[in-house]
Write a protein that binds this ligand. Sequence first.
Ligand code: FE2
Ligand code: FE2
Length: 157
Amino acid sequence: MDAIVLLKEDHKTVEALFKRFEKAGDRAHAEKRRLVDTITKELVTHAYIEEEVFYPEARAKVPETSDHVLESVEEHHVVVWMLSELKDLDPADERFDAKVTVLIENVRHHVEEEEKDWFPQVRAAMGRKELQELGERMDKARAAAPSEPLAVRSAKS
Ligand SMILES: [Fe+2]
Ligand SMILES: [Fe+2]
């Protein structure tokens, strides 16, 4: 699978979960806990394959997008720390929904920058075959993704 198609599919999966969270009622604590746990699993795996495979490869092949890579890592950093805080936060806590709302805003902004500004530059600079191979490597890397948000490389950046 093409690397950029694969990453965009992941973005869609996460966006669908965000919409479900936004539709959940104020008192749907158990549902919100489950949704945040699923969002965490999806986002940690996605951040991991991007940071371990896609970002370094894109930076090496399209060095003029290095600033995008560096900003993206900083954005991942904020997201994984928020996810680690949500893990131990009771969904009944008044800060829970506020924290998830800010997480969603951050991820949407990040995804928009990746898809609108950066991915097209990567696609233009890399060949179709290269992007296919990169997609296969990312798909394989999913199996090695950690479950702990702070185990992702950007947590330490
Ligand atoms: Fe990203
Ligand atoms: Fe992404």
